[in-house]
Structures are given as C-alpha cells and as structure tokens.
Ligand binder design. Structure first.
Ligand SMILES: O=C(O)CCC(=O)C(=O)O
Length: 196
C-alpha cells in the first residue's frame, strides 16, 4: 500500500480557537483580484488575502501578484503552531474567502517558482464545510479523494504532493455559508527558520 502524500486532521483547532480565528479573519484585508484566462482578465471567483514575511510576494497563474501584509498576531501564532506540529517552515499565508457556492478554485497544483522544489503546504479551514478534492496526475498512483473540510481542520499536503497530485474546491449549487481558508506556504526568499 502506498502512503498518501497528504493528511487531514479534522479538529486541529478547538471550536473556540476556530471561532476566534474566523472572527479575526473577517476583519482582515480581502481583495477581489483579476486573473488571466484564455487571454482575458476575469475576476477571481473568491476573495483573496496574503500575510507573511517581507519580500515574500506570491505570483500565480502568470497574472495575479499578491504582496504580503505583515503577519497579524493570531496568524503568526497559528503559523508557529503548524510549524511546531508539522516540522515544516512557512513564510506566507494566502487567504481564500468563499462567500457563496459559486466561489471556488479549479483543478491546479501549487507549483509557483517561489515555493521552491518540493513544498509542504498547510491549509486551515474556517466557517462552512466545503468539498475539497485531490487526485493523482496521470501516471501517478492513488485515487480521487474528497474531503469535507471542517471548521478548524488542517489539511497538510506533504513535500512531493504538488508534483504527483492536483486539487480543487469546486462550485456548489447548494446554499452555503461563507468559508475562509488560510494556506501556509514556504518561500524561496524566507530567512526565518523553525529553530530561530
Ligand atoms: O480553499 C481551499 O481549501 C483550497 C485553496 C487552494 O487550493 C489554494 O489556495 O491553492
């Protein structure tokens, strides 16, 4: 049996911790960005935010540039906790705010140059439960998996996962409340290390 390159901890945060982080997240700086698709700029189907170390900007899909604001205390504490428990370092967290069922992210892997060659990526979910799917790329082992990401859960995509798998958070026609996701990522420019 092969070991999957990710794992899911449904109750990483307690209910009270997840509630407090959700409330904190609502007051942060959310942007409606545009992304280039088939030669045209269209609105990204969700709101985005980014917090992190200075000099660690995030550029994705050859069109969206996110420049980090300084860590807030709650996000920095959460980063420290994920680093301690996972053993991986993170330089930025990118936020996704899905306000309605139409808000989504299509199949992709996180393979931007700034992440380095084999990043670990840690994803915290807050608010409404949404379906998140992961599947192996052609030629790689494994099955399509669906996770119903709970309030306060952690999904850790281990080094290698971005080369072998792709993931998405699909649209839903069901009426859903808002969900916020914080994805902690490393960065080639990062200088802070776990044991600093
Ligand atoms: O919202 C999620 O759980 C997925 C976010 C994601 O795939 C990304 O930011 O690259």
């Amino acid at each position: 049996m092969t070991q999957e390159p990710y794992y899911y901890l449904p109750q990483f945060l307690s209910q009270a911790e997840a509630d407090a982080l959700y409330e904190h997240s609502q007051a942060l700086s959310w942007q409606q960005n545009d992304i280039r698709m088939f030669g045209k700029f269209i609105p990204v189907p969700r709101l985005e935010a980014i917090y992190g170390d200075e000099g660690c900007s995030y550029f994705y899909s050859s069109s969206v540039l996110l420049e980090p604001l300084p860590w807030t205390d709650p996000l920095a504490k959460l980063r420290d906790r994920i680093e301690t428990e996972s053993g991986f370092n993170f330089a930025i967290t990118t936020g996704n705010r899905y306000r309605v069922g139409e808000h989504s992210i299509g199949w992709h892997s996180d393979n931007e140059k700034s992440l380095g060659t084999s990043p670990a990526i840690a994803s915290i979910s807050l608010g409404a439960i949404r379906k998140f799917s992961l599947k192996p790329r052609k030629g790689h082992e494994g099955e399509l998996q669906h996770f119903f990401l709970e309030h306060g859960s952690l999904l850790l995509m281990l080094p290698g996962c971005q080369s072998t798998h792709i993931h998405q958070l699909p649209k839903t026609k069901q009426s859903v409340a808002e969900r916020i996701n914080w994805t902690f990522r490393p960065h080639l420019n990062q200088t802070r290390r776990l044991d600093d």
